[in-house]
Design a protein around this ligand. Structure first.
Ligand code: HEC
Ligand code: HEC
Length: 382
């Protein structure tokens, strides 16, 4: 009897072991398996139904994000313009593509981009990280990475043994895994994973650590949230941007704002091609309207504004205090204060030297020193 039972049990155990192994290596991770570990006060981000989060996709996306073979010259990747130590910006006024072509706009931070209700500086229609990733890869207005449809890029991924394993884990159910759709799904998953709020301000505000920020930063916080200075009206909520959405309100419409940076005479009041959402709506009232970006890590992401045309945070405060930027001479001459589309909240305000220093200290305490060193977001090829 025992002689019969034992092998049966052993066989059952073997089957169990085999199926468990099979489940680990070939079954897609269930979305519920992904650990967000969200900071206090952060809702769950919106994730499209056809691209549930998984640790395997995030890992594959990280390799792709940092893979310099993803460009026409084999030297540039997403990370050239989105550098971790600069909160995923590039320190330049405008991006420089693989062919040397200049972008008309400044590279944007990707920290907490999972919460962005509309992507890029001024495109109300760009709502998907999966779709957005195709723009730097294949776009030629301007050339960023300069890939061409039918390039050697997918075959290259297919022939790389490391990618064979990464794609198999990320997309186990697919017969052809090496597709552009899967590449963008993985990159988007990696981008969504870059969530962070470990700044001194978060420790002060959410964790009630009273000494996490200076007295000056506390005064700056009051100014930031005051009615007469009103920064918080556009840079609002947990991500300091009114262009924020989450799982609960993924479809919300957001507002774009003209902050009075320019007021060119004749034609359009903002220099082409950076005319704001007018580019899409062609409504004259939309010239110069841009997204209010997050102010998290803002001390790391100079120069500022959609075209990198303000060098410092002091310069940004001057612009707001004046209620618009005055450019005295040259092709951009004009007083942004008088731009007909300027948001009514940009009225200008008196700013003492003390107020200025306090506001800057407040903005600086939005820097999260951990996200820029977190190994989960770093270059995996090194
Ligand atoms: C040549 C520099 C450059 C490269 C390379 C580049 N980007 Fe960007 N990125 C930019 C610029 C400039 C913007 C702003 C674009 C605009 O407003 O039109 C931007 C914006 C973005 C945004 C929008 C962020 C937000 O807050 O709305 C995302 C997401 C993004 N890039 C992801 C990527 C990914 C993924 C890659 C690689 C596939 C990549 N980028 C490669 C320069 C670059
Ligand atoms: C009416 C809405 C609005 C108000 C009020 C406002 N901002 Fe902005 N902010 C924006 C928009 C829109 C942009 C992008 C404008 C552009 O690039 O043309 C921006 C850009 C910025 C930037 C540059 C961000 C980057 O990534 O380059 C900083 C810094 C900033 N704002 C700080 C502030 C501060 C500080 C205040 C209060 C003194 C303030 N803002 C008030 C809408 C607003």
């Amino acid at each position: 009897m025992n002689g019969l039972k034992l092998p049966a049990m052993a066989a059952a155990l073997l089957v169990l072991a085999l199926t468990t192994r099979w489940a680990v290596s070939a079954e897609p991770e269930k979305p519920a398996d992904y650990q967000w570990n969200l900071p206090k006060g952060f809702p769950r981000p919106y994730v499209p139904a056809d691209n549930p989060m998984s640790a395997a996709k995030v890992e594959l996306g990280r390799y792709l994000f940092y893979d310099s073979r993803m460009s026409v010259n084999g030297k540039q990747s997403c990370a050239n313009c989105h550098k971790q130590d600069l909160a995923f910006t590039d320190g330049r006024a405008v991006g420089v593509g693989a062919t040397g072509e200049l972008h008309s706009r400044s590279a944007m931070s990707l920290v907490n981009v999972a919460y962005s209700a509309a992507l890029t500086w001024s495109n109300p229609e760009m709502k998907s990280l999966e779709k957005q990733a195709l723009v730097p890869m294949f776009g030629d207005h301007p050339v960023e990475l300069g890939l061409r449809e039918g390039d050697a890029f997918l075959p290259l991924l297919r022939s790389d043994s490391r990618y064979a394993a990464l794609f198999a884990r990320a997309f186990p159910a697919d017969t052809d895994r090496f597709t552009m759709a899967n590449v963008t799904k993985a990159i988007a998953s990696f981008e969504r994973s870059i969530i962070s709020a470990r700044s001194p301000y978060d420790r002060y505000h959410y964790d009630r650590e009273d000494d996490a920020v200076s007295e000056s930063a506390k005064r700056g916080e009051i100014l930031f949230f005051s009615q007469h200075i009103s920064c918080f009206r556009c840079h609002s909520g947990f991500n300091f941007s009114d262009a924020t959405a989450s799982e609960r309100n993924a479809d919300r419409e957001i507002e774009f704002h003209n902050t009075g940076l320019y007021n060119l005479s004749g034609g359009l009041s903002y220099p082409s091609p950076n005319v704001g959402i007018y580019e899409f709506t062609h409504a004259p009232a939309d010239v110069g309207k841009f997204k209010a970006p997050t102010l998290r890590n803002i001390a790391l992401t100079a120069p500022y504004m959609h075209d990198g045309s303000i060098q410092t945070l002091e310069g940004v405060l001057d612009h707001y205090a004046a209620g618009g930027r005055r450019i005295a001479s040259g092709p951009m001459a004009g007083n942004g204060h008088d731009n007909p589309n300027k948001d009514h909240l940009i009225g200008g305000f008196p700013l003492s030297a003390q107020d200025r220093a306090d506001l800057i200290d407040f903005l600086k305490c939005l820097t999260d020193d951990e996200v820029i060193r977190d190994p989960r977001f770093a270059n995996p090829w090194l």
